[in-house]
Design a protein. Structure first.
Length: 385
């Protein structure tokens, strides 16, 4: 089978959607299929990119999106080249990720063509839909040209249904995780294995990730449990409020690590005793929760839609109301005091996460491709450019 995987986001920068596409490509190639990735790029970051199976959609530019920064291509002049690539490629499947992105010209270029089966995967959840509503006719046109529709989570499905009421035909296939990364025997970081209980935070230093909520909780927790430490792993710089909380409350043992390599990230998970993700919202899928489970760590997280469908309260960890430092401190205290509970929850998480391995997820996506192709063949639908 010939498959085109299309990303609106720069493939050379780390992110949930680009990682999803890269892992799918790897698994499909291992199955014996031909795969080409179409995505924006940053030429200076293309180390290790398979140029033969990559078609660039122009250079990316950073654009604020959903409380974060998305690196997108605004290269309208690429339209004819994209059309030509799809025509020459004679793909069986064109699989577009985030096909409703309202700030791109690419969806129509991908979806109005040829005899390929068009699949869309919806990843995002945004609490506000104002920008999307401006583009409703365009979005509806793109949506209707999809032969198959995948959502990675209930929140992603909710987002699409809020944009396009009455749409119900979805297959829910989640994000995956590379369990092999965590199955390797990687040692923890020695300097942090000194008897203190390490609480790990992983994420970009953005307001919605909830670091300041964790620091508020930590200031309460540290009073009764002085032998605790926070490890903050992720790109970005602490904001003024973060520095103010640390300074005013004289917080000790808060370690800012910055961004790290995948191998180093696994070492930090191995170093942690508790994983904490206090995100305040706008999360479609808690991939960091799966990473913590794959490392066998108990979790304390916010009870938000993108997390609560993955984490059962009291099973693999504890859920608390978002933006509630006191409740977060209480939940962390339960696990700080009880090493046996940490062990049990970590083991439950490790068992649960096995269903999210990339080989299993990719197989589900491939089965969906085949199902949609059969349905279209039965209906006798043939597309023309």
């Amino acid at each position: 089978m010939k498959i085109a995987l299309v990303s609106p986001y720069d493939i050379t920068w780390p992110g949930g959607v680009t990682a999803h596409i890269s892992y799918l490509a790897r698994e499909f190639v291992d199955m014996g299929h031909q795969v080409k990735i179409l995505a924006p790029h940053t030429p200076s970051r293309e180390v290790g990119l398979d140029s033969e199976n990559f078609f660039p959609l122009g250079r990316s530019v950073p654009v604020p999106s959903g409380g974060s920064i998305a690196r997108l291509s605004l290269s309208v002049w690429m339209y004819p080249r994209v059309r030509r690539c799809l025509a020459d490629g004679n793909f069986d499947i064109v699989h577009f990720h985030e096909p409703l992105a309202p700030y791109l010209f690419m969806p129509l270029a991908m979806l109005q063509n040829y005899n390929s089966v068009n699949i869309g995967t919806f990843h995002a959840f945004h609490e506000s839909t104002k920008l999307y509503k401006i583009f409703t006719p365009f979005i509806r046109q793109c949506f209707d040209r999809l032969d198959g529709r995948i959502v990675v989570s209930p929140m992603a499905k909710l987002h699409v249904q809020r944009l396009l009421p009455g749409t119900n035909e979805f297959s829910e296939i989640p994000n995956g995780i590379d369990l092999s990364q965590f199955s390797e025997n990687i040692d923890p970081i020695p300097e942090f294995m000194d008897g203190k209980v390490n609480i790990l935070f992983v994420g970009r230093l953005e307001k919605r990730k909830g670091l300041n909520v964790l620091l508020d909780a930590y200031s309460r927790l540290k009073w009764n449990h002085p032998s605790v430490r926070i490890l903050v792993v992720g790109p970005g710089n602490p904001d003024k409020k973060t520095y103010r909380i640390i300074t005013e409350r004289n917080l000790k043992d808060v370690i800012f690590v910055g961004g790290v390599s995948p191998t180093q990230l696994v070492r930090y998970y191995q170093t942690a005793h508790i994983f904490c993700s206090p995100a305040t919202g706008k999360e479609s899928f808690g991939i960091v929760l799966l990473e913590a489970m794959a490392a066998g760590k108990p979790i304390v997280a916010s009870r938000i839609g993108g997390y609560s469908f993955l984490l059962k309260d009291g099973h693999q960890g504890l859920l608390v109301p978002p933006n509630d430092g006191a409740a977060l401190a209480d939940a962390l205290s339960v696990l700080v005091r009880n090493s046996e509970l940490r062990r049990v929850m970590g083991e439950r998480g490790l068992q649960y996460v096995q269903q999210y391995s990339w080989p299993k997820v990719a197989q589900r996506v491939m089965q969906y491709y085949v199902e949609v192709m059969r349905l279209r063949d039965r209906a006798g639908i043939k597309k023309v450019s």
